[in-house]
Design a protein. Structure first.
Length: 162
C-alpha cells in the first residue's frame, strides 16, 4: 500500500533516511533531525512531500519517497524532483519501489507536471537498471553542480549590497 506520509511517520522517515545514507556510503551526510523533517514536510509552508510504502500483509513501513515541486522555464510548467526513494532491503523486489514511482507519476499527471526527475549515483547499477526498466532516460549530457560549506559562504560574500 502506498499512502501520503503523516506527521506520525517522521521518526520512521528519519530512520530510513539514515538507512539510505548508509547504503549510499555517506552516513555522515544525513544530518536532518526529526524536528527539521517535521517542519519541512508538515510545517506551515511545506518544502517537500512524502509517500510511505507499507507491506500489505503486515502493515510494516518498508519504504518512502520524498519529493518537491520545481518549475521549468522551457515547458512553462511545474515538475517533480524526487529527492529520495528507498525500500528496505528485506522488502526489495516486492513491487514497493515501482508502486512508489507509479504513485509519484500519477501525482505528476494530476498536477500537470511535464517532468519527473531524480538523480542516481553512477555506481548504483541495480537502481539504474530498475529505472531504465521503467522507461527512465539517463541524461548523460547534464552534470549536477553543487556549492556548499565554505564555497557557499565565499560565493554569498560576493553578493552585491542591497
Amino acid at each position: 500500500m502506498i499512502r501520503a506520509a503523516t506527521v506520525n511517520d517522521v521518526a520512521e522517515i528519519r530512520a530510513m533516511i539514515r538507512e539510505l545514507a548508509e547504503y549510499e556510503r555517506a552516513p555522515e551526510q544525513a544530518r536532518a533531525t526529526e524536528e527539521q523533517l517535521r517542519e519541512a514536510l508538515f510545517g506551515e509552508r511545506p518544502a517537500a512531500f512524502a509517500l510511505i510504502a507499507e507491506d500489505d500483509g503486515t502493515g510494516e513501513t518498508v519504504g518512502y519517497a520524498v519529493w518537491f515541486q520545481h518549475y521549468s522555464t522551457w515547458t512553462g510548467t511545474g515538475g517533480m524532483h524526487l529527492e529520495d526513494l528507498y525500500v528496505r532491503p528485506h522488502a526489495r523486489s516486492g513491487g514497493h519501489g515501482k508502486a512508489l514511482l507509479a504513485s509519484l507519476a500519477a501525482i505528476c499527471e494530476r498536477s500537470g507536471y511535464e517532468r519527473f526527475e531524480w538523480w542516481v549515483l553512477a555506481w548504483n547499477e541495480p537502481a539504474i537498471g530498475f529505472y531504465k526498466s521503467l522507461g527512465a532516460e539517463l541524461l548523460e549530457e547534464w552534470t549536477v553542480c553543487r556549492v556548499s560549506g565554505d564555497a557557499l559562504r565565499a560565493l554569498a560574500a560576493q553578493a552585491p549590497a542591497g
